[in-house]
Design a protein around this ligand. Structure first.
Ligand code: FE
Length: 191
């Protein structure tokens, strides 16, 4: 069976089981948040791999059994790492790396755009503190040299905007069609 078919089946099942949980203290569910992020990426003309990354950037939240309010208890679920590892089974670095870096991108933007922090939602500001706060100048330098840094920053902006209660979007199946367009370039072995 093609990798993209397995990915589609597993993603649909994960969202069916867990996608209805609230997105970390926001007014949308995990599934609504994922669909809005992918919809913003698609409308921005992003390449298929980045649309898939936007859709699945928080898949790590669906892979653990921590409570939705874990950050209120001082727990960082490190979902960007668990999510990227999971995605490497099916996709190459152009999907997995922006996902792995989307929390770093928040810390980066807090360092380089003075107004960025203020427009983050309260839950996102809380998790930022658990994730290490704004980057140091050295971290900024290192982040900017990463080949997927630009993609991660684009993804971050869609992530931040994808929190609108009641917004209508295309369905999960619409975005899952992009899986077939990226698994041909699958680059990294499964971990
Ligand atoms: Fe998110």
């Amino acid at each position: 069976m093609k990798t993209s078919h397995v990915a589609t089946a597993n993603v649909l099942e994960l969202f069916r089981q867990r996608g209805g949980s609230l997105y970390g203290g926001e007014a949308v569910t995990e599934q609504e948040h994922a669909l809005q992020a992918a919809w913003l990426a698609e409308q921005a003309g992003a390449p298929p791999a980045l649309i898939v990354a936007a859709l699945l950037h928080d898949i790590g939240h669906l892979l653990h059994n921590l409570p939705e309010d874990a950050p209120d208890h001082g727990i960082d679920d490190r979902h960007e790492h668990s999510g990227a590892s999971w995605l490497r089974r099916y996709f190459g670095p152009e999907v997995a790396e922006p996902v792995r870096l989307h929390v770093a991108a928040k810390r980066y933007l807090c360092a380089v755009e003075p107004r960025y922090l203020q427009q983050l939602s309260a839950p996102s500001q809380l998790s930022l503190r658990l994730q290490g706060g704004a980057m140091s100048p050295e971290e900024v330098h290192d982040f900017e040299r990463h080949p997927h840094a630009q993609a991660a920053v684009r993804l971050r902006h869609w992530d931040d905007a994808a929190k609108i209660a009641g917004l209508e979007t295309p369905l999960l199946e619409h975005f899952a069609r992009y899986f077939t367009q990226v698994d041909e370039n699958r680059g990294e072995p499964a971990t």
